[in-house]
Design a protein around this ligand. Sequence first.
Ligand code: CA
Length: 218
Amino acid sequence: MRVLLVEDDDGVGDALSEALAARGHVPTRVSRGADALGKHHDADLVLLDLGLPDTDGLEVLRMLRKVADVPVLVLTARGDERSVVRGLRLGADDYVVKPVRLAELLARMDNITMRAASRARPVRVVRVSDVEIDLAARRVTVGGEEITLTTKEFDLLAVLATRIGTAVSRQQLMDEVWGNAYVGVSRSLDVHMTQLRGKLHRPGLLATIRGFGYRLET
Ligand code: CA
């Protein structure tokens, strides 16, 4: 993969570049934060040092996250908890403290890029018997006929559809659809589920898991 290495220390930079190239990666090294912001477009992954001569690496990360979702692995001597937490909160995909163990770094890089690749290909349409749920277009057809759902009904179905075959708790459904789990919402959930079932006309498709929640059957 194409790796943008943001590292001002020549010794570390050269060693890493060499090691990455030896594993088939294509590293490009820059030593300033400003250059990182100009070059991330061509990278599949950014390895970001924090102690840079022009800008703090965390600031580079913050700026980068405003414009790009390229995977970023922070690679730094700064191992205090506050910096680690800040890095992760600012959107770093991983955080590794120097001195780095090469095999571990490579494994973490692979993890990050694999996750990024699966994020880039989200499931758009879920099909179960003759029911088709287009998550991106927010359309549902039953037997080829489109049915009209309210926003909440669709959201409920979408949460279940993205975890098809898995029991989803009431708590989870309320959190994801309503953003909270108050008693009033709990009643609302049942009402919406009843309406949803009525519109789908496919008994058994939305199974009730007693005392737990619901499941979209496969
Ligand atoms: Ca440095």
